[in-house]
Design a protein around this ligand. Structure first.
Ligand code: CTP
Length: 443
């Protein structure tokens, strides 16, 4: 790769490196013509445009990343509209931040932002933003490895702009902040640092580690709103190996104040480490709904026994009421199921059905991880492969009325008895269902 010294910023000289050939070899064929067309639109509108953030980092790491973030020295929203016109797409705009999302047919959405500086009125507040240059835009970012840009030019040459030593830190496998206030400005970065460190098997050390420890000791995450905190937890648990991230959180005592119980007892930790195997095992059987892996890990972390601790965590994460009620009811079902499954005797098929039919697919995985043994796997497999299908009954409410029964809550008892008999193999046809109703409910 060629290194040349070029003037790119007003009155300043910085290193830019021609990475055109690297891009040619590493990107898929349609990327380059697309980025060249973006550069043409920029030249036509007399603005400078850059690809920034994760795309650049992953290109240098040779990891596939299809999410393009663009920064424009100029009006990002207007530029996004110009691109939408050129490529026959649509935009949605966020005026307050000078950003837009560009939606093009057959491509992942592209974020287009006005180059900006950010200032924070107080720790963890949403930033006040002002249009600025690419240099200042890169300087407001979280880590050196995420603060590089690729300048797109009409000539078709791609220049890497690396003002903070991001490329060296990538080579040295380091996650480093750009300045001392990084975690104070945005405590979400505590989670981000752990995510990137664990994802790439990098290291957080020295000053960055000290700053993290001090932000954690000073409880800066308490300043984050429930929504932002929940969002970070969700993204972290969606990583390929969330257990490593949670382990690192444990080590650094992050989340300790919100959910002390989960970090102090080994029960959660033991289950957590089995979730991955439970998910992989369950992938081979036909679950009614594919479980969302991050939600299984989330359940594992937050399924605490103590009512007060549970309520406290739910309040802190500020769930909308539907999710809050779902969490509460799944917790109840989980506790009940753990109790039923602890019985030593073999359970009847209808009992197994009763246990699993109340659980979401995420809670089933959690149960599997909590009772990771042969019997439990057999139960889960039987439930999904056999009992779900055999639980179907033929008689309906009209049939029962036709048989002389009065509609009411007693119908539920009839249907339950019929379903149990079906699952347990005592009834196999409509005629046998009628005999059962007559003998048990009409005499
Ligand atoms: N960023 C930041 N501080 C944050 C969030 C984001 O500085 N709290 C900047 C970083 O430069 C980051 C870019 O915004 O690279 C885009 O953020 P995001 O899409 O969240 O992350 P990526 O780096 O693209 O990582 P991922 O691979 O997880 O999508």
């Amino acid at each position: 790769m060629k290194c040349q010294r070029v003037t790119v910023f007003d009155g300043e000289s910085d290193f830019m490196k021609d990475i055109s050939s690297l891009m040619q070899t590493r990107l898929t064929t349609d990327h380059i013509p697309f980025l060249n067309s973006v550069a043409e639109v920029a030249a036509h509108n007399q603005v400078s445009v850059y690809v920034v953030g994760g795309f650049v980092r992953d290109l240098l790491l040779n990891i596939k990343n299809v999410d393009i973030d663009l920064v424009v020295e100029g009006d990002g929203i207007v530029f996004a509209q110009k691109l939408a016109e050129k490529f026959d797409g649509r935009t949605s705009r966020y005026k307050k931040f000078g950003t837009a999302t560009l939606m093009l047919q057959g491509r992942p959405n592209i974020d287009v932002a006005t180059a900006r500086t950010e200032s924070y009125s107080c720790p963890a507040a949403l930033p006040d933003v002002e249009p600025s240059t690419i240099k200042l835009d890169l300087a407001r970012r979280d880590f050196t490895v995420n603060s590089m840009a690729i300048k797109l030019s009409e000539s078709g040459t791609f220049f890497l702009i690396d003002l903070f030593g991001g490329e060296i830190d990538l080579k040295d496998s380091l996650i480093k902040v750009l300045h001392d206030r990084s975690f104070v400005d945005d405590p979400c970065r505590l989670f981000r640092a752990i995510r990137f460190e664990q994802r790439f098997e990098f290291c957080i050390k020295g000053q960055t580690k000290q700053l993290m420890r001090s932000a954690i000791e000073n409880n800066l995450i308490d300043k984050l709103s429930g929504d932002r905190l929940m969002n970070e937890i969700k993204i972290l648990l969606s990583e390929v190996d969330p257990v490593r991230c949670v382990d690192r959180m444990r080590e650094l005592s992050l989340l300790q104040t919100i959910a002390p119980e989960i970090f102090n007892d080994d029960f959660h930790w033991t289950i957590m480490k089995k979730v991955d195997s439970a998910l992989a095992w369950a992938d081979m059987i036909p679950l009614t709904k594919k479980p969302e892996a991050w939600f299984v890990y989330f359940h594992t972390l937050f399924m605490v026994e103590d009512d007060e601790a549970f309520e406290g965590m739910m309040m802190r994460l500020n769930f909308p009421s539907n999710i809050y009620f779902r969490m509460c009811s799944e917790r109840e079902c989980f506790v009940e199921a753990m109790h039923d499954l602890s019985e030593e005797r073999e359970l009847k098929p209808s009992e197994i059905y009763d246990i699993f039919s109340k659980q979401s697919s995420e809670a089933v995985i959690l149960l599997l991880a909590a009772c990771w043994n042969k019997r439990m796997k057999e139960y889960v497999e039987l439930y999904f492969k056999k009992y779900c299908a055999s639980a179907k009954i033929e008689l309906n409410g009209d049939d029962l009325i036709g048989m002389g029964m009065q509609p009411g809550s007693s119908f539920n008892d009839v249907f339950k008895a019929l379903r149990d008999a079906r699952i347990n193999g005592q009834v196999t046809s409509r005629d046998e269902e009628i005999v059962l109703v007559e003998s048990q409910f009409l005499k």
